[in-house]
Design a protein around this ligand. Sequence first.
Ligand code: THU
Length: 133
Amino acid sequence: MDRYKLIEQARLAAQHAYIPYSHYPVGAALLGANGKLYHGCNIENASFPVTICAERVALVKAVSEGVRDFVAIAVVTANAGSPCGMCRQMLYEFAPNLRVIIADVGGRVTFDDSLSKLLPLGFSPNDLDHAAP
Ligand code: THU
């Protein structure tokens, strides 16, 4: 899929952001290997830590429908903000080499590269192979 289409889908997803506290909309569009798109927006909560980021909303929507293989994610904010560490780690579980596209609402791309560059030496399921029995 054309990266600008993915960015546009993320921009549209941000319109549903529930952001009464930060007023900072985030939109994500996650492309599955099945060719389907999963949209996410940030959803805040009066109990602040309960807030969930746009990227994780998109991911849990996909995984809860049985989809675990991913090609790319676009993340759009006003200022091309970068995905937080928690989102990087959660995406890394399924797709360490996921293509991550970070853009602002005007379509300016600030990053278009592998998740493994955003999360070097990420903790993966393989790391648990050495867990004590
Ligand atoms: N946020 C995201 O949706 N994704 C990120 O990767 C970083 C932060 C949201 C959470 C909160 O609603 C707002 O941005 C400000 O932190």
